[in-house]
Design a protein around this ligand. Structure first.
Ligand code: FES
Length: 138
């Protein structure tokens, strides 16, 4: 089996799909090679990610990784979201085929992009906190 049960579950039944109208941070990243796009919306109350939604126009692994990424940060402090790596998302999904790892990077970067927007809106320079948003090119 190429994909784990968890990947298939999150692909066919993705969690937290949609938009947040009054989001506190919105991020969008794309992968130039495959053309997939991910959009991430964060609602942040007193430093806690109280809600998160995403929209992914992309492959199955991109849908599954963004779904899992939102589950991993929902209800957590912003600091935890800042530390979320694509490896953590892949592990939570019981693995991904090597050729699909870049899809999980897109999920990590989409969250970072939304956090950057959150800090920018507050007049805080996001670069020292969030780091650079890298769009994977594999
Ligand atoms: Fe583009 Fe998966 S193939 S994100």
């Amino acid at each position: 089996m190429l994909y784990s049960e968890k990947v298939l579950d999150h692909f066919s039944n993705p969690r937290n799909v949609g938009e947040i109208e009054d989001a506190d941070g919105i991020g969008e990243v794309g992968n130039a090679k495959c053309g997939d796009i991910m959009k991430m919306y964060l609602k942040i109350d007193k430093g806690i990610i109280s809600d998160v939604k995403f929209k992914t126009y992309g492959c199955g692994a991109a849908v599954a990784t963004s779904s899992m990424a939102t589950e991993l940060i929902k209800g957590k402090p912003v600091e935890d979201a800042l530390k979320l790596t694509n490896q953590a998302v892949v592990e939570a999904l019981d693995g991904l085929p090597q050729v699909k790892i870049h899809c999980s990077v897109l999920a990590e970067q989409a969250i970072k992009s939304a956090l950057s927007d959150y800090y920018t809106r507050q007049g805080i320079d996001p670069l020292p906190i969030v780091g650079e948003i890298k769009e994977p090119e594999e």
